[in-house]
Design a protein around this ligand. Sequence first.
Ligand SMILES: [Zn+2]
Length: 231
Amino acid sequence: MNIISHNCPRCHTKSSAFDLHVSIRRKDINYRPSTYIGFDTLGQCKVCKKGVIFGYEIYQGNWTKIDYQTPDSLSYEPKDALFDLKYIIPETSNSSVPQFTPDPINGFYVQATQNMNNDAWDSAGAMCRKVLDVGTKLLARTNDIDLNKQQTNNLAARILRLHEVGKLTDELRDWAQKIKNDGNFASHDEDPFSQTQAEELFNFTQIFLTYTFTLPGMLASKRPPEENGTD
Ligand SMILES: [Zn+2]
């Protein structure tokens, strides 16, 4: 077993220690004229005890030089044996923020993710509420949607208003309604969240961000360039 240092995508500990337990050899990769050998290595974070897959690749010639050892069987950092770390599963939290989510909402979402990963349901729920609160206000502002006093102060009322003017789908409205009835849209921050409530609200938050920022952002970025008059 080998031990390496890496930021943990599960509990977000910086430079955590991981025990590398086992490697499976993936299909060889041909980057002509060279062949690379790929491994998926199971690591366990010493802080949160959760598992992570490290995806390594090594040039065949370099693998021969280290007697065909695998990342877990080495007694030093795999990168020192010229193993390249190509990916980690799960990815770190920053890359899991729905694309095109603006500041500061993306920062709140990262905190919600960290709290979810740490089983901190109250903090996660409060952060999701903050994401939705700021996100729905931004959505109303950027689309010049008038809000009355109740819609300004109350998240559920604001979601209904955004649905009414066509900025949220029926499904999102129904989901918001369900969550509201379960009590976890309550504006009282002292109400504790159960795990189920936090998970529901987190899922809703993800879908809200994807629908509100990711899809429009992707469509805008894929829009063909303006014709410039040449054939
Ligand atoms: Zn961890």
